[in-house]
Ligand binder design. Structure first.
Ligand code: APR
Ligand code: MG
Length: 294
């Protein structure tokens, strides 16, 4: 029942979920996020995910991107490291697989998908990543589109180690159910998918739902229409990914990340209004948003 208060995620719970910062902590303590994103023309998606990962408190972030956008990301990003991967026509090629396998070694979590593109080779690469990567894995945007054609690949992963962050259009592709039917039964559709595939399913929108693999549902209590601008989803990807890299369970990272994302928008919109809120504004707001909670 959507109206039940215990379903709603609010500030006190989010405060408890925030990872502690031990006084003697060093960057290794706070994890290393690998972001796989950004075909030609979408370098901003990779950059926003990486910066959100850093602003989430992760110790290190590395972005793996198609070689043609690598130089651009080196200029856009300062704290994040970047790795060029083999590409065809600006998008990742299947040849990148060997390097991706070596890149996830020593990382704490992987977030894939923003601006990755939908070429056949990228789709094939994402499927191998999903089947083989032993780390907590977040799939968004084009990584979801890749999985849509063969959702059963998700069953190759250990239950509860995967977070999916579809908007309703991506959810429609994942399930084969049309958008109107999804919006009419967001809770039921999200729960069915999460249980069937053993994933944490974040169904985005004005009231983002988090469906857990055990059938439980959470509803995010923060956020506003200021979030309706390009790149906000890419920020959520880096934020949840960065929290997983810090050791939060995929379920807790999804709950906390979704709450902080909306809360940062709520803080900013009080100051500057909802219209014209940019995803890069939101990224900068994340540390203070978190501090205010705890
Ligand atoms: N109220 C609250 N939250 C909102 C609202 C609203 N009215 N509108 C949007 N949001 C939030 C969503 O819940 C989500 O967290 O903003 C974010 C939007 O994410 P996406 O839909 O993924 O948008 P974005 O990633 O910026 O889109 C860029 O990526 O996923 C692809 O197909 C997508 O081409 C698009 C591209
Ligand atoms: Mg998106």
């Amino acid at each position: 029942n959507v109206g039940d208060d215990h379903l709603l995620v609010e500030a006190p719970e989010a405060a408890l979920l925030c990872p502690r910062r031990p006084a003697a902590g060093h960057k290794g303590t706070f994890g290393h996020l690998l972001v796989i994103a950004g075909e030609t023309g979408k370098s901003g998606a990779a950059a926003m995910s990486a910066e959100a990962g850093l602003r989430s408190g992760a110790g290190l972030v590395t972005v793996a991107c198609p070689a043609p956008v690598h130089a651009v990301l080196e200029i856009k990003l300062t704290e994040a490291m970047t790795v060029p991967l083999p590409a065809i026509d600006g998008a990742l090629s299947l040849q990148a697989l060997d390097q991706v396998r070596t890149l996830w070694v020593g990382k704490s979590a992987v977030a894939a998908g923003p601006g990755l593109g939908r070429s056949a080779e990228t789709v094939a690469l994402v499927r191998r990543l999903v089947a083989e990567c032993p780390l907590p894995l977040l799939l968004d945007a084009d990584a979801l589109n890749a999985v849509s054609e063969v959702p059963d690949v998700l069953l190759e992963r250990a239950p509860g180690t995967t977070v999916l962050t579809p908007h309703p259009g991506e959810m429609a592709r994942l399930t084969g159910i049309d958008i109107q039917a999804i919006e009419a039964d967001r809770l039921g559709v999200a729960r069915d998918f999460a249980c069937r595939y053993g994933v944490v399913l974040v169904l985005k929108g004005a009231r983002t739902l988090i469906a857990l693999p055990d059938g439980r549902i959470r509803i995010n209590g923060s956020g506003n229409p200021g979030l309706a601008s390009g790149g906000m989803g890419d920020v959520l990807t880096g934020l949840i990914g960065g929290l997983m890299a810090q050791g939060l369970s995929p379920a807790n990272a999804a709950v906390l990340g979704t709450f902080l994302h909306g809360r940062a928008a709520d803080r900013l919109s009080r100051i500057q209004g909802e219209a014209g809120l940019l995803a890069t504004d939101l990224v900068r707001e994340l540390p203070a948003t978190r501090r205010e909670l705890t």
